[in-house]
Design a protein around this ligand. Structure first.
Ligand SMILES: [Cu+2]
Length: 315
């Protein structure tokens, strides 16, 4: 993941550090990814690397830590035992502060927010993780209408992004970021807030579980079965007709996977374990508990990003 992935800190710290330092950082940081779920889920301080964790990390090339920071604190944004996040507007000392949460259904709007620290100051320094300093996921509470957006930050720490809530209902926005404190300490947090589009809400039942789907002429399938508390690979394959698709890098990887839990909309952010394999991309997934999840795989072919969605039941 180091290759071709600009890693750095927005708002002050220049990118660039000794590669061996980076490798060490990845090795130790990889423990979090290997044992738990990776960015957005590894909400525990990484302990000393064990041999198995080290070798797992060696095969890992898509967990980003900014240069010079080493194994950063993944904060207390999510309980390590639940393994899911995004439930709270305030966690690990950081608070999501939206300018407004009401939108006109189907009307183009703009979502603006700040992240504030314990002293209520807007945070302006964020680590670049997976090519971006801020990842914003928006989905309606019935798990439809998934959007993965990348807001831009003004100098005062106000983030903004064009946003349309297509249908009436209550929506959830997840801000997935790594804040950099005054002392340089990094904390990865996923905060969540509800957005509202007034109107008649017609919730859609969750589609039945399936391991294949189609999107814009692409057929996407996966192999593997998530289990509670065990890190297991899910291998996705993308094709058009009988021909394999040529996956392109997107957000510093060959795919980007988010899983949301039905019922509480718990947020799992998962990243690939290994490099490209043409039409396949593999993720290591640990289900935090039984239930039904909706998985959203973003992939890029010929410069266009598409999202394939799957319902999966974890017994
Ligand atoms: Cu993103």
């Amino acid at each position: 993941m180091l290759d071709g992935l600009p890693a750095g800190v927005v708002g002050g710290h220049p990118a660039g550090a000794d590669r061996s330092t980076l490798r060490l950082a990845l090795t130790v940081g990889g423990l979090v990814l290997a044992v738990l779920l990776g960015f957005g889920l590894g909400r525990t301080n990484p302990g000393p690397a064990t041999p198995s964790a080290t070798s797992a990390a060696a095969a890992t090339d898509d967990h980003s830590h900014a240069p010079g920071t080493g194994p950063h604190d993944h904060g207390t944004g999510q309980a390590a035992d639940s393994g899911a996040g995004g439930f709270s507007v305030s966690s690990a000392g950081y608070t999501l502060t939206p300018s407004a949460v009401q939108f006109g259904a189907g009307r183009a709007g703009e979502f603006r927010f700040q992240v504030r620290d314990e002293r209520r100051r807007p945070v302006t320094r964020f680590a670049v993780v997976h090519d971006k300093p801020m990842h914003l996921i928006v989905v309606r509470r019935d798990l439809t209408g998934y959007q993965h957006l990348h807001p831009t930050m003004a100098a005062d720490g106000t983030w903004s992004v064009p946003l349309t809530l297509a249908q009436p209902g209550v929506w959830r926005a997840y801000a997935d970021f790594t804040a950099v404190a005054d002392d340089g300490r990094q904390t990865a947090v996923t905060l969540g807030v509800d957005l509202v589009a007034p109107g008649g809400y017609a919730p859609r039942p969750l589609p039945a579980p399936a391991t294949t789907t189609t999107v814009d002429g692409f057929t996407v399938g996966y192999e593997g079965t998530p289990e509670v508390g065990r890190a297991l690979p899910l291998r996705f394959r993308v094709g058009t007709g009988d021909a394999p698709a040529a996956l392109e890098r997107y957000l510093g990887a060959y795919g980007h996977l988010v899983a949301l839990r039905e019922g509480d909309l718990g947020y799992l952010h998962v990243h690939p374990l290994a490099g490209p394999a043409g039409d396949t991309v593999t993720f290591q997934v640990t289900a935090p508990g039984p239930g039904r999840y909706r998985m959203y795989l973003d992939f890029q072919v010929a410069g266009v990003v598409r999202t394939a969605e799957f319902t999966v039941t974890v017994p």
